[in-house]
Ligand binder design. Sequence first.
Ligand SMILES: [Zn+2]
Length: 479
Amino acid sequence: MKYQAVIGLEVHAQMLTSSKIFCGCSTRFGAPPNSQTCPVCLGFPGALPVLNRKVVEFAIRAGLATKCRIAPRSVFARKNYFYPDLPKGYQISQYELPICIGGHLDIEVDGEVKRIGITRIHMEEDAGKLVHGDVPGLGSGSGVDLNRACTPLLEIVSEPDLRSADEAVAYLRKLHQIVVYLGICDGNMEEGSFRCDANVSVMPVGSEKFGTRTETKNVNSFRFVKQAIEYEIERQIEVIEDGGRIIQETRLFDPNSGTTRSMRGKEEAHDYRYFPDPDLVPLVISSDWVEKARLSLPELPDMKRERYVAEFGLSAYDAEVLTASRELAGYFEACVEQYPQAKAVANWVMGEVTRALNEESRSISDCPVTPARLADLLKLLEKGTISGKIAKAVFDEMWKTGMEPGLIVEEKGLVQVSDTGEIEEIIDGIMAANQGQVEEYRGGKEKVFGFFVGQVMRASKGKANPAVVNELLLKKLKG
Ligand SMILES: [Zn+2]
């Protein structure tokens, strides 16, 4: 019997606000344990939460970007459970009335576009962190760091519309790209700013009834999500084929083995005894506020991609690569503004610029060659002042020194030689020194032509104009 996987993702995105969701403490990552806390986020009795307006703003943006409805009235609820990293004994979240409802994202897998439903997006606070082993100031043991407690999160819950690990990764990548484009999340998966829980079940192909699902918690890289889901699908099929039953449970992914293991039985919503938080009034959002947020949305990746194809005539692939991040797209557009040959700019940005960035693990915002300088280089290339090969050498020099390309060309004497007299002289010398090859060529061995081109280019130190070299060589060799 063949099986079909059914997958839904719950993504937690940490909001890029400078203070926490219900108090004024800093959200900076990496500070000494418990140095960014106050009575509110430590859960002291009597301390009252005050909602951070920025978090609401960010949630609205996320909702609009994923085509959700923004609820005019939403309610914060207490999710009760006991754990040492949760000082209040409950987490403030949203339950029955979340801020965003009923959106979707279109993903593309193997050339096919598929719409994935987004059930809801809600705001909540993060918990603290338990530290085991070597605890600063304590020696060995276990400690609680509450710096992260009360950090603002958006939880973005998808419909169970995903059918493979690849679809899940495509969805996750797209969502990641959107929250980073929106400037509401730094997207840093290693630091846990963007992580996901994967709900996975399997059912016989053709069945309409979903199987029992498991939830794998806190997976924090695209590769791990793929591994975790693939492992879980295989494991569940094996259990069923061996005559067993899938237990609804929460599982943990182990990156070292690429497997998941049982953590605890899955709680039902009623286990959390949700109820509206009496410390926070219902959140009312005016349509004005929503419209203002809509107008302030940046151009999102899908729109940008379409525009690059329509406006610049780029291929879908190039458009996809160049819009991977807002910064890269910005660099590309700034360059096109000064040198309006989009395809040439695209090739350089995706080629030399990306190669050089990767070699030094730098990001585009840290690129030593500015868009204006790259445009200058392309202009020199177009005018024929330098050859394509020399242009790459000049680019490397610009990268190292930050100098203008014109100055580099001048200082290093790299101007392309198109003067036929000068090139003819070189060709004559090389033909005289390689009579044997000249005979071979004339005897019909046309492959030798490449040898001559190479020799002439070498003799001119790469400066000879290749088009002129080809033309003259052909003339002279044919003799
Ligand atoms: Zn605080």
